[in-house]
Design a protein around this ligand. Structure first.
Ligand code: FPP
Length: 289
């Protein structure tokens, strides 16, 4: 960083200290220095928040309902495919932030079973192409390999087109040995369907005499979910203002902290992630969850 950059960072810290950033910034409204100060101030604030949350207990499993790609696009008079494209790029950024925080489990909701019947074919095709390129990009990203991130997809994957199934297979094979982080993408996924599949498996095992009625308990169901190898999420984040769960990890979120934010997924920032974690940590401290 050059000397001007350091001076601007120093000014930003000073303005933050005296809590007078908004006034001078407005006064200097159109100057590029003002813009630079504001963005540097935001960065300083975000980095401070990161340092603060890093000092407290981190959630071990964060899961995200990535909502609002189309509303993001429409708000800027862009096509919905542009919104989804931005959504994919955002996901890669968020993975980086999660790795930086050393959170071992990240799970995202990328396509519900309802989406598959409720969206037009050409939108679904756009999404399928994005999953293919998304998985290819993720599993050829050097950071995924140097950090040891295992990538997997869960859901009724057999309902997906072959090109998506192949991309998933390649990503899973290329990262299957890693154990430091687990990145799970829920695709063609529905929480109720997942429970139905687990119950069917249990019923089958019972019919074959492999499990007695008494042995059917919450663990028996948890162990038959698609996410059997994951701890339950500590924190669920949903973007874009809707405050519902929409059939996501229904069984697993019994005790999870829920965090809703108004920002559309493509606009989700590092600061938004840290704020969600900060609110999780505050509640955990308050209620000892
Ligand atoms: C919800 O926004 C988002 C989706 C249905 C798809 C999200 C997909 C990606 C971010 C790409 C993921 C890539 C990989 C590799 C997993 P919406 O379409 O429901 O938007 P709206 O709420 O504004 O209608």
């Amino acid at each position: 960083m050059g000397r001007i950059g350091q001076a601007l960072d120093g000014t930003a810290r000073w303005l933050l200290k005296w809590r007078i950033i908004r006034g001078p910034a407005r006064y200097l409204a159109n100057s590029r220095y003002a813009y630079s100060i504001i963005s540097r101030t935001d960065r300083v604030r975000t980095n401070r928040l990161r340092d603060r949350i890093k000092r407290s207990e981190m959630p071990q499993h964060v899961s995200i309902i990535m909502d609002g790609n189309r509303r993001f696009a429409w708000s800027q008079e862009l096509g919905r495919e542009v919104g989804h494209q931005h959504g994919k790029e955002k996901l890669k950024e968020v993975m980086d932030w999660i790795l930086d925080l050393k959170i071992p489990y990240l799970t995202v909701y990328a396509l519900s079973t309802e989406n598959m019947t409720g969206r037009e074919d050409d939108e679904l095709d756009t999404l399928y192409d994005l999953y293919v390129t998304g998985f290819q990009e993720i599993c050829s990203d050097p950071k995924i390999h140097s950090s040891g991130v295992k990538v997997q997809a869960v859901g009724r994957l057999e309902l997906l087109p072959e090109r998506v199934q192949n991309a998933i297979k390649v990503a899973e094979e290329k990262t299957g040995e890693y154990t430091n982080f687990l990145f799970t993408v829920c695709l063609a996924y529905g929480g109720r369907e997942e429970i139905v599949d687990a119950v069917r498996e249990l019923a089958d095992d019972h019919a074959q005499g492999k499990i007695s009625l008494d042995a059917i308990d919450t663990d028996a169901i948890s162990n038959r979910l698609y996410t059997a190898d994951l701890p339950d999420p500590d924190l669920v984040i949903r973007t874009s203002g809707e405050e519902r769960i929409s059939n996501f990890l229904l069984w697993q979120i019994a005790y999870s902290e829920l965090h809703f934010t108004d920002v559309h997924w493509p606009s989700f920032s590092r600061n938004d992630l840290y704020e969600a974690i900060d609110s999780y940590q505050k509640r955990k401290r308050r209620y000892g969850l």
